[in-house]
Design a protein around this ligand. Sequence first.
Ligand SMILES: *[C@@H]1O[C@H](CO)[C@@H](O)[C@H](O)[C@H]1NC(C)=O
Ligand SMILES: *[C@@H]1O[C@H](CO)[C@@H](O)[C@H](O)[C@H]1NC(C)=O
Length: 399
Amino acid sequence: MKFLALLALVSAAVATPALFPFGDNAQEPMMGDVLPTSYPGFDLDLNAPRLVQLEGQEEPITMTELEKIQAKAQGIRFFDVTDAVDLGSRAQLRASVKPSYPTPNNTKTVKPVIDALEIQNLHDTLDKFTSFRTRYYRSETGKESQRWLLSKITDLTKKYAPEPLQKSISIHEFGHSWQQSSIIVSINGTSTDDDSVVVIGAHLDSTNNWPFLPAPGADDDGSGSTSILEAYRALVAAGFQPERTVEFHWYSAEEGGLLGSQAIAKSYESRGINVAAMSQYDMTAWVKRGTREEVGIITDYTDVDLTEFNKKLVEQYLSIPWVETKCGYACSDHASWRKAGYPSVFTIEATFENSNHQFIHTQNDKYDISDEFSFEHMLEFSKLAVAFAIELGGWKKST
Ligand SMILES: *[C@@H]1O[C@H](CO)[C@@H](O)[C@H](O)[C@H]1NC(C)=O
Ligand SMILES: *[C@@H]1O[C@H](CO)[C@@H](O)[C@H](O)[C@H]1NC(C)=O
């Protein structure tokens, strides 16, 4: 649906009391239909004021939730800074202690873990993860989907991680002021003199352009969430005991203006946690018909050195090449870490232009909508996450 048409619908919806003309299997709304302004289990007030930071604006501005939704539908990206106005107040200090990254050379440890990644796991996880009506962060099904992911991570850890390793793994929910939590999994590092932390992230929420409508979110960002989960499974199954602490994050409310990742980055900043590298995975499945399969390396608003490091990992460990691309201001959760002064990077399924624009944020963001949705492609990103974790986390195998 064209954004202008959507905006007209939204205006109509807000002018009209709540109606529920759409079943879950309805087609995309048509002009003249009235959009629902509430839905059972939702806790979203379209008139609530929010503080929003737009690109190039010195100060955040106040807008309503509805205006945020309209801005997003027009392709405008932003931080909703309502609960994190002071994020980045220590960023200047961080810039002076920039970490450097090695040349990847742990092929002997990385390769066997990559070889143990399984496509079937990607399929099974995503099948369940996309079965919730929506993973919208202010909805009951959004909460249920997050709870399911939490139990999935817990089960995988119990099933695959050797006993001694389990003792250094912690899995917890990071709660927010809205229903859905973020999830943080930490594999404690063995080093006693290196306190730096390596973070691999994705966002677990989904949205429809009009949030009350269904949003299976297969590509955005079920794919990234699933790619990094399979990387985690293979790592712990191999007994990965890093020297530095390696964490996997699944953020809530990316679609609300990077809310979950800002809250977490703010917490890490205030506790002085030394994040040496953060890598975001947002949309890892789409290979547009007629294009070459490649890894999109985002070069704007990302750390230059860590981006170069990521390119080397692609060259060394993946079956497909990288391509440089840009996605603009505040385009995913790595931006929250950057704002706090931490080095962060972002890889995506293709060049931004060739990524999935057709189906994301609609009820058709499903894995079986087109053969352009590729689990093989998702697996390449699992490989990248495995390599990132081992090459930066360090792993002295005792064998
Ligand atoms: C990789 O290179 C580092 C130095 O950059 C060296 O300390 C380490 O032993 C090397 N590891 C392997 C597996 O060759
Ligand atoms: C990980 O390390 C931190 C800091 O040393 C400690 O507080 C925490 O209990 C450890 N967690 C696990 C699961 O070992």
